[in-house]
Design a binder for this molecule. Structure first.
Ligand SMILES: Cc1cc2nc3c(=O)[nH]c(=O)nc-3n(C[C@H](O)[C@H](O)[C@H](O)COP(=O)(O)O)c2cc1C
Length: 253
């Protein structure tokens, strides 16, 4: 075959593939209330088969996923989050609180488990020194990034199957770990990192505000125009955060 035809044909296919990916990426939307329904078991397998292919530091794959179908466990998990929000409000955290009741009836719920022992697989000295402490901090970041990479693939796979998704990170708190590890049969050495809820949305999901490309992209050198001062960051948290968390992008100016 003429190499130029082959090359352009290839480019066309790659562009097509990119647009298919971007369609899934752009249509992944968070919802926090789902319509009732049941997730077919093959969808769990398809979603976690995507997660399995994620990259990870040292290819350690320090993740495990627990599919929760038992309504009683969902109810208890949801209630623990409702209580956690009440605790945060009492502590004066002023975080715009999501409504966690929707977790109790989410058709799909997967608990994401991480194995922090694998930080030893990343560059660390393991000699208890100050230098070791700094390397370990970075190794922890590598581990969390790895689990996030795999979780992200699961979310995209769920979005590709037409589901709305909900990434819940607030499970990291000690109390929730202590309460739920035994009921989920998770060994003490492992950590509950996130919960992924998904299903058909109760109401049409909305697209949230995203930064423009020029706001996140620099070439060779960080574009100073996109640098925020500490005061601007504080102002964003005070004035913008709640709007971008809970509103359609068309309603955020
Ligand atoms: C690492 C991470 C942690 C998150 N934690 C929570 C959470 O604990 N509770 C929650 O309601 N949403 C959580 N979210 C969802 C975000 O609020 C949501 O992704 C964001 O508002 C953007 O909306 P979008 O997902 O529709 O683009 C989390 C998302 C990520 C990626």
């Amino acid at each position: 075959m003429d190499p130029s035809v082959e090359a352009s044909g290839d480019r066309f296919n790659q562009t097509d593939r990119y647009h298919m990916l971007l369609d899934v990426v752009q249509n992944r939307k968070t919802v926090r209330a789902f319509a009732p329904g049941t997730i077919p078991s093959e969808h769990y397998a398809m979603i976690l088969d995507a997660a399995r292919h994620a990259p990870s530091g040292a290819n350690a794959q320090p993740w495990h996923f627990i599919v929760v179908t038992d309504p009683a466990i969902k109810e208890r998990l949801g209630e623990a989050f409702v209580q956690e929000q009440i605790r945060r409000a009492r502590l004066g955290m002023k975080f715009p609180t999501p409504n966690y009741r929707g977790m109790k009836t989410a058709p799909g719920l997967i608990v994401v488990v991480g194995d922090f022992r694998f930080i030893r697989a990343f560059p660390v000295l393991n000699d208890g020194s100050e230098l070791d402490r700094r390397y370990r901090e970075n190794a922890e970041r590598i581990l969390v990034q790895s689990v996030a990479a795999s979780t992200m693939l699961a979310h995209l796979a769920a979005a590709a199957l037409g589901y709305s998704v909900w990434w819940v990170s607030a499970i990291g708190q000690d109390e929730i770990q202590r309460e739920f590890k035994p009921s989920l049969g998770v060994p003490e050495q492992l950590s509950l990192i996130d919960i992924m809820c998904f299903g058909p949305p109760l109401q049409a999901p909305y697209k949230r505000w995203k930064k423009r490309l020029d706001q996140i992209m620099s070439v060779n050198r960080f574009n100073a125009a996109n640098f925020l001062t500490d005061a601007q960051v504080d102002q964003w948290i005070k004035e913008e955060r709640a709007r971008v968390m809970y509103r359609d992008e068309s309603r955020v100016d």
